[in-house]
Design a protein around this ligand. Structure first.
Ligand SMILES: Cc1cc2nc3c(=O)[nH]c(=O)nc-3n(C[C@H](O)[C@H](O)[C@H](O)COP(=O)(O)OP(=O)(O)OC[C@H]3O[C@@H](n4cnc5c(N)ncnc54)[C@H](O)[C@@H]3O)c2cc1C
Length: 473
C-alpha cells in the first residue's frame, strides 16, 4: 500500500513527489515515457543534444519560488544553473527591446525607446511585479489588453509587450488573462532565462534522483490505464505491467481530460463538472525545428539568449493567422542558439490539426522557418546545418499524452483560472491533480509551484493521521 501514487513524472509530478517523500510518505511515481521530465526533456541525435520543448525557466531570483523549491529539496546542489544576460530580446523591424538580468536596466531601455510613455512604463512594470496576494482577485477577470490600454499609449509598445503571449502561449493580449500576463512578465521575462548546465533534462533527472534519496520510487515506461475508485474514494491505480497498485491518494500530473474521461471513466465523473471540462479550451501547441550546426560561426546571434522576432504589429491578425496555420501571415518565431553546444532551435505556435496534416506540412514548414531565419537573422544558415528535425503538435502529444499537444495546459483566458475541481476532485475522495492542467500555474516554475502546493495540502491532511517527519511551513 502506497500513501500516494503520482501519475506522470513531469516537473509538477516530480516536485510534488519529492515533497511528499521528504515528509515521510510512501510515494510512487509512474511515468509512461522511458525518461522523466514530461515536456522538460532533452534528446540526442547524431551527437547533438536538443531540449525537446522548454529551453529555460524563470522565478529563480533570490526570493523566487523556483529557487525556494529547488533549495528546499536540495536539488540546487545537483545543478549548475546559469543565466544569460540578456535573457530575452524581442525584435521587430523598428525596435530591439532587451530583457537584461537587471530590472532597472530593462525598464530604462524601454523608457529610452518610448519616451512619450516614460512614466507609464515605470508604473506599468511596477504593477506587473506586484507581489500583493490580492493582485490575483484584482486581475482575475481582466484581460492583459485592458491593462495595457489603461497604462500605456504607444500602439507599437503595446504590441511588443503582447508578443511574448502570442509567441509562447499562442494568445493575443485581448484574450489572455491579466493575471497570467503579469505572472509571465514577473516570473519569466523580468526573471527568466535560467538554464541547467548540460540541458533541460538535468532538472528532472536531479529531481528524480532526489525522490529516490527521500525514499520515493519512480517507475519509468509504466503507463497507467485506470484509477480505481470504490464508493467515491480512490483505492489505487492499474498499470498494464504491474496490475493493481493500491494507494490512499492518487495524484494525476497528466492531462485533465485523460484523468477524468479515461483513467477515472466518463460515467464516474460528475455530470456538471464533465460538461464544464468538455467546454474548456486547451492552450495552443507549437512547432519546433531542431538544428545541429557545424560550430559557432560568426553570424550566430547571441548564444543562450532567447530571441523573438516579429514582422507585424497587428496582434489580432497574427493570432487569426496562427489559427489558420498561415505562417506567413503570423510573421514571427522564437529562436535560441545554445551557449555550449552547436545547436539552434526555432519555435512557432501552431494549431493541433491531425497526423496527416503534419505529415504533409512538417518538411515545408521547417524549410520555410529556416528560410525566414536566414533572411532575418542568420545569413547562410542552411550551409551550416548538419542535422535537422522537427516536432509537431502530434509529436508533443505522442511523447507526453498532453491533449492536442497543448503547450501550457488550458488556455490562459480569464474564465479558465483557478477552476474548482481541477486540483482536488470534490466527489472522489483522495484524488488530486497537479501540473499545468490545474489552471493554477504554467511553465516550469508555475508547475513546480503547483507541485509544491499540492504536496502541502496533502501533508497538512496527513499531519493528524501519522507521524510526519517534515512539515512545509
Ligand atoms: C514547445 C514548448 C516550449 C515551452 N517552453 C517553455 C519554456 O521555455 N519555459 C517554461 O517554463 N515552460 C515552457 N513550456 C511549458 C512547460 O514545458 C510546461 O508547462 C510544463 O513542463 C508542464 O509540466 P507538467 O508537469 O504540468 O506536465 P508534463 O510536462 O506534460 O508532464 C506530464 C507527464 O505525465 C506523463 N503521463 C501522461 N499520461 C500518463 C499515463 N497515463 N501514465 C503515466 N504517465 C503519464 C507524461 O508522459 C509526462 O511525463 C513549453 C512547452 C512547450 C510544449
Amino acid at each position: 500500500m502506497y500513501d500516494a501514487i503520482i501519475i506522470g513524472a513531469g516537473i509538477g509530478g516530480l516536485v510534488c513527489g519529492c515533497y511528499l517523500a521528504k515528509a515521510g510518505m510512501k510515494v510512487l511515481i509512474c511515468e509512461q515515457h522511458y525518461k522523466p521530465g514530461g515536456y522538460c526533456t532533452s534528446f540526442t541525435r547524431q551527437g547533438f543534444t536538443f531540449d525537446a520543448a522548454p529551453h529555460c525557466f524563470g522565478s529563480y531570483r533570490k526570493d523566487g519560488m523556483m529557487r525556494k523549491i529547488l533549495q528546499d529539496l536540495e536539488v540546487d546542489k545537483k545543478l549548475n544553473i546559469i543565466r544569460p544576460d540578456p535573457s530575452d530580446i524581442i525584435m521587430t523591424p523598428d525596435y530591439e527591446v532587451i530583457f537584461w538580468n537587471d530590472f532597472e536596466r530593462t525598464t530604462e531601455g524601454f523608457q529610452r525607446m518610448f519616451p512619450e510613455d516614460r512614466t507609464n512604463i515605470r508604473n506599468f512594470f511596477t504593477l506587473l511585479m506586484d507581489t500583493d496576494p490580492n493582485s490575483f482577485s484584482r486581475m482575475k477577470n481582466r484581460t492583459f489588453k485592458e491593462l495595457l490600454d489603461q497604462y500605456l499609449t504607444n500602439v507599437k509598445l503595446k504590441s511588443i509587450l503582447s508578443f511574448p503571449f502570442l509567441g509562447i502561449g499562442g494568445l493575443p493580449s485581448s484574450m489572455i488573462s491579466a493575471f497570467i500576463g503579469a505572472k509571465l512578465f514577473s516570473e519569466f521575462l523580468f526573471d527568466g532565462g535560467y538554464y541547467p548546465e548540460g540541458g533541460m533534462q538535468a532538472l528532472p533527472d536531479a529531481l528524480a534522483e532526489r525522490l529516490k534519496e527521500f525514499g520515493g520510487e519512480l517507475r519509468l515506461s509504466c503507463p497507467i490505464k485506470k484509477i480505481r475508485v470504490r464508493e467515491n474514494r480512490v483505492t489505487g491505480v492499474i498499470s498494464e505491467k504491474d496490475g493493481f497498485m493500491p494507494s490512499r491518494y492518487v495524484i494525476s500530473n497528466c492531462d485533465a481530460r485523460q484523468t477524468f474521461f479515461k483513467l477515472i471513466g466518463g460515467r464516474k465523473v460528475e455530470r456538471e463538472f464533465s460538461q464544464r471540462l468538455k467546454k474548456m479550451v486547451p492552450s495552443i501547441s507549437n512547432f519546433i525545428v531542431y538544428m545541429g550546426i557545424d560550430g559557432h560561426f560568426e553570424t550566430l546571434p547571441r548564444p543562450g539568449t532567447t530571441l523573438s522576432f516579429f514582422r507585424y504589429y497587428d496582434i489580432e491578425k497574427a493570432y487569426r493567422s496562427v489559427l489558420k496555420g498561415d505562417f506567413e501571415g503570423y510573421g514571427g518565431y522564437m529562436l535560441r542558439a545554445s551557449r555550449d553546444t552547436p545547436v539552434i532551435i526555432a519555435i512557432i505556435p501552431v494549431p493541433f490539426k491531425n497526423k496527416t496534416y503534419w505529415k504533409d506540412h512538417k518538411q515545408r514548414l521547417s524549410e520555410y522557418l529556416i528560410e525566414r531565419i536566414e533572411r532575418d537573422l542568420i545569413p547562410n544558415l542552411t550551409a551550416h546545418i548538419v542535422y535537422k528535425d522537427a516536432s509537431t503538435p502530434s509529436t508533443l502529444n505522442r511523447y507526453t499524452l498532453n491533449y492536442k499537444g497543448a503547450s501550457f495546459g488550458w488556455a490562459g483566458i480569464p474564465s479558465q483560472l483557478a477552476v474548482p475541481g481541477l486540483r482536488k476532485c470534490s466527489y472522489t475522495e483522495g484524488l488530486y491533480l497537479t501540473g499545468h492542467w490545474t489552471t493554477l500555474g504554467v511553465g516550469i516554475s508555475g508547475v513546480a509551484y503547483v507541485g509544491y502546493d499540492t504536496a502541502k495540502i496533502l501533508i497538512r491532511r496527513e499531519v493528524n493521521r501519522q507521524n510526519i517527519s517534515f512539515l512545509i511551513k
